[in-house]
Design a protein. Structure first.
Length: 428
């Protein structure tokens, strides 16, 4: 009986915290950037964000580029057409599409909190780790403006959560969920094919590995591929036989053919890779200033205060990486492939994304960097998990880890509000 009461209390506490996180972050995201920001063509100058383009396409009934994020646009239409009775939406195109970003951003924070609680078994690090993501520049901006990224980031985070479950308990249900969620992310953004590397989690145990892989692949194909065909045919009137060609529409864009600035080998220069790297590892969390996301010189890109916060962020993440690498070495010695694979997932995620976006579109390096934030969160949580394991019972670990996260999270939120959110207000 006492155990049931304790479990009930923990469950209620977790639910309450989750609701508070959702309400708080959704409110902040909804009010951070005025809705009209998404109606001005000139605002495309900020990271090449597509808010105005998506709204304009919707109003004109055009579907150019929809093949790259087919489900996102279907969801946007469904919300808009059914939001007439919702006071804050009232059937408005801009508000309805922004709702997708706000809801996805807030739900993603709740999901990261639950995943962090699963990993560390501690409320405070789980809450602070999720809030650090919520205040990160890339997550905050795209949760507060219209674009395809945060709905996809929500599915991506859920896929990461499924991978964590597969590593802990490699069941067929978890394997199916992993494949299905990767397929869902693919429907929201086709570049989510990069999430295939989460399949490494299926190799964490030898027993039944081929069955798990088969189930995950089947679920991914059903949701991602068959789902894509169905959406293209039913929602866009594309003939079944024409779906493969329609899906390759990105290869027919001017940027890939006439201009040849997207997806060319020549983009993989040292300068471009470095530019994308600093955006994915630094700028997407601690924002520099509006005109400086193309700079590779990190020191020059930041204000003195920003550079101090970035230094603190780097120290925290480096510490997490050191603990994670130590855990990897211990896992190799003990033959614990689950630990090794989960740790490798972080570094592969970062490497694959940075190289891919350097090749695809290095001219807008901040645009795609939000998709790397879940990997940075995983690195942080792996480091915290290992620190708690190594210093089990030590009071210094119990207070120093939350203290460091609290200080960093608070500074990141204040800094990004001052240098990202406030400067965007005049452009609404």
């Amino acid at each position: 009986m006492p155990l049931l009461l304790i479990a009930s209390f923990i469950m209620k506490k977790t639910v309450i915290i989750g609701i508070l996180l959702f309400v708080a972050t959704a409110t902040v995201y909804w009010k951070s950037i005025p809705h009209s920001f998404n109606t001005h063509f000139g605002n495309k100058r900020f990271f090449d964000s597509d808010g105005e383009f998506i709204v304009r396409q919707y109003r004109e009934g055009k579907t150019f580029t929809h093949n790259d994020h087919v489900l996102y646009h279907v969801l946007g239409k469904v919300v808009q057409q059914n939001s007439g009775s919702v006071p804050s939406l009232k059937g408005d195109i801009v508000r309805s599409h922004k709702f997708l970003s706000v809801a996805a951003g807030a739900l993603g924070i709740v999901l990261l909190y639950l995943m962090g609680l699963h990993m560390t078994s501690r409320q405070l690090p789980a809450v602070l780790g999720a809030l650090l993501v919520g205040g990160s520049a890339g997550w905050w901006f795209f949760s507060s403006s219209i674009d395809t990224y945060l709905p996809c980031a929500l599915a991506t985070t859920a896929a990461l959560g499924a991978a964590l479950l597969v590593v802990k308990t490699p069941s067929l249900h978890a394997s199916a969920a992993l494949g299905a969620l990767i397929g869902l992310a693919f429907l929201l953004r086709t570049d989510s094919v990069l999430l295939a590397m989460l399949g490494l989690s299926l190799l964490s145990r030898r027993e039944g590995v081929f069955t798990r892989v088969g189930v995950a692949v089947a679920a991914g194909l059903i949701v991602g591929v068959i789902g894509y065909f169905v959406l293209a045919h039913v929602c866009y009137d594309v003939a079944w036989a024409d779906v493969p060609q329609w899906a390759r529409g990105a290869l027919a864009r001017p940027e890939t053919q006439q201009k040849q600035v997207w997806g060319v080998t020549g983009n993989l220069t040292r300068h471009n890779v470095l530019k994308v790297l600093v955006n994915h590892l630094c700028y997407t969390v601690v924002f520099p200033e509006l005109p400086t996301t193309h700079w590779t010189n990190v020191v020059r890109a930041y204000t003195p205060a920003g550079l101090a916060i970035l230094t603190g962020y780097i120290i925290v993440m480096t510490t997490a990486a050191v603990y994670t690498l130590a855990r990897m070495r211990a896992g190799v010695r003990a033959g614990n492939w689950a630990i090794l694979i989960l740790s490798l997932t972080v570094f592969l995620w970062l490497a694959v994304r940075i190289l891919f976006y350097s090749w695809w579109d290095p001219d807008d390096p901040f645009l795609f960097s939000a998709m790397t934030i879940p990997a940075l969160w995983l690195l942080l949580m792996l480091g915290a998990q290992q620190a708690y394991l190594k210093h089990d019972g030590a009071r210094i670990a119990e207070w120093s880890i939350p203290a460091a996260l609290l200080l960093l999270t608070g500074l990141v939120w204040v800094h990004n509000f001052r240098l990202l959110i406030v400067p965007l207000q005049p452009f609404a």
